[in-house]
Design a binder for this molecule. Structure first.
Ligand SMILES: C[S@@+](CC[C@H](N)C(=O)[O-])C[C@H]1O[C@@H](n2cnc3c(N)ncnc32)[C@H](O)[C@@H]1O
Length: 187
């Protein structure tokens, strides 16, 4: 059995959205919302999977304790550099990573939906701006507790390289971009 982390697991169904085969997976899920974690435990504890309430930026998992990670629609809400550093820590060398991301076009469509309501429009402008910072520097800034960003391939390449996560590929998938394959934790 492979030990697999579902990061930002919500109610535990990310694997369905990503179309993953889970027969050989023993899943640990992490999410910051307690009610979602409880729902996931209710749904999947009979499979021996379990779900914890924690932040992706600070995971209560030992070093090198997972063989692979999938993360569907959740990384854009996290502090990406800190979270990828944590993923490097918890993955075994050669472990894999599959992440769905929010392309700038996704954030633009959210901005258009929010416009002209002032607060939601300003928030979406912040998310877009954070994506620009990520694109050029591999960093993100926070607005209060929010660190949401959109992601480009160039920005993700910087931050993945800094986190010493190598070897994956990007592919367009219905809007969001996707980093998949053998991500190869290295060093
Ligand atoms: C759009 S939902 C996706 C849920 C699930 N992955 C799915 O595909 O159904 C995003 C999830 O990320 C979680 N999340 C956001 N920021 C987080 C953080 N810093 N650490 C852990 N989970 C986080 C949210 O609580 C939410 O459940």
């Amino acid at each position: 059995m492979e030990r697999i982390l579902d990061l930002g697991c919500g109610t535990g169904d990310s694997w369905r959205s990503l179309g993953l085969q889970v027969e050989n997976f023993r899943i640990i899920g992490i999410d910051l919302q307690r009610d979602r974690v409880q729902a996931a435990n209710l749904k999947y504890s009979t499979r021996g999977w379990h779900y914890l309430c924690a932040r992706g930026e600070d995971m209560p998992l030992p070093d090198g304790s997972v063989d692979g990670v999938f993360c569907n629609g959740a990384l854009p809400y996290m502090h990406i550099p800190r979270t990828l550093a944590e993923l490097h820590r918890v993955l075994v060398p050669g472990g894999w990573l599959k992440v769905s991301l929010h392309a700038p076009s996704f954030t633009w469509s959210e901005f258009r939906t929010a416009f002209p309501k002032p607060k939601p429009s300003l928030y979406r402008a912040f998310v877009f701006f954070n994506g620009l910072i990520l694109h050029f520097s591999g960093g993100v800034i926070s607005l209060g507790k929010a660190v949401e960003s959109c992601q480009t391939e160039a920005g993700m390449r910087i931050v993945l390289r800094r986190a010493r996560l190598y070897g994956g590929e990007f592919s367009p998938r219905r809007g969001p971009i996707f980093y998949g394959g053998a991500a190869g934790r290295c060093g």
